[in-house]
Design a protein around this ligand. Sequence first.
Ligand code: C2O
Length: 479
Amino acid sequence: MEDLTLFSRRDFLRGAGAFSAATLTLWMGGCEACWKQIQDRPMRKNISNLSASDPIITTYKAAVAAMKALPSSDPRNWQNQANIHFNNCTHGNWFFLPWHRGYLLYFEQICRKLTGDSRFALPYWNWTTHPAVPDVFWDTTSPLYDINRGVTQAMQADQSFVGATEIETILSQTNFDLFASGPPVGGELHFATNTGMLEGTPHNYIHGWIDSSDMGTFQSPLDPVFWTHHNMLDCLWVDWNINLNNSNTSDPSWTNQQFHDFFDENGNPAGITVIDTVLYPIFLYQFEPCAPNETKSKKTKAQLEQLLKAGAPSKWEVSKHFELAQSVRADVGKAATGSIKVEPGAFSGALESTGRTAVVLTLGEVEIPEKRDFFVRIFLNKTDVSARTPIDDPHYAGSFALFADESAMKGHAVKDAVAGRPKAGFIVNITPTLRKLNQAGSLSGATLDVTLVPVPYERREAGGQQFTLGKLDLKVASF
Ligand code: C2O
């Protein structure tokens, strides 16, 4: 990323103009040579392009082996690193991306310290271009192997979750909540009440698809694949934010939020402030391109400052709102439909406008079942669909997957709060599908039929499992 050239050396020395002096002091410690260090910041690379003997792989292996060998009294110990996630992770709301960005950063620093490889940059797994779990994770004698995986080396992740078309659709969301997950409903940071498209689709799917007692659970960081999976999400966030010029929310409840869940390279407690995490990829590391058709955008310094530091309100102006407050229950392999009453012409604004008006479907009050050997497809105005209905059907509106059940989380007050907890929610932009249906003349009725099909993962026994939600909600909103 060339963005750094926008900042003069003087900018950095006096606090980079835009960025908080505290943040910069933290990173640069007033050190003049740091300017050069930032310019040459380590490159996080695509793991599938690295040979088994590449120094990055060698370091990653050595780091994981070292962490596994540390005593359990050391917070950098492998199991303790996973416990950070088990006890504190945030999912299904807009703290998902920054929390995991901070988690990865400290993990990377621990890897450096334990191996002495001070330039180590965590590689990422690009599941769009390489949809199978990368080869380096399959050597059974390697510390990167995890015996608990449910997939095989040959199996490929489903294109409807990780393929270029789907990832481009997700990257084309201009609204922060839709891309990155929205504000936590009810304010509880650790419940997945408002899952956006990056998280609900490729993120959750990869966890559920790899399955196992590790990746499918909040102990997922026990599988070394986890870190490379989240690094890909981090790279896509950089692309969405910096290359594609989309603003993160400026809501102070997001920017000012702190998390003190981590440990640094010496095993001392460490934390993050959310606004600082948006600067990590400018100052601390960079990525090889990971998004389909990725191109760097040229920005002035003022534009970059505005984008990163100021963000933009993620307020939704809802002009129409329809709801079906009734539960919908679908058995695996079978379709179930909820019909939402809508007024004629309800969507016309969104269908015609090329601007920022969208129709957003919320699947609300979703019960995360204990067994989740399936994902869910959404079809609009077509009820005779099944697990075999192809995704190029014009009625297809998206797919999402379910991650672990919060009741499995140990920390905070989470376990105690489980009884009265808000249930999971997912938001999906259905505007493109509605446009197609409108053009085909199949959008005229007084209802919108939302049909959900739980589809079993390949070679998994999902018989008897169910998907249940309590509420369907439709909003016409301008961003
Ligand atoms: Cu916190 Cu992908 O998990």
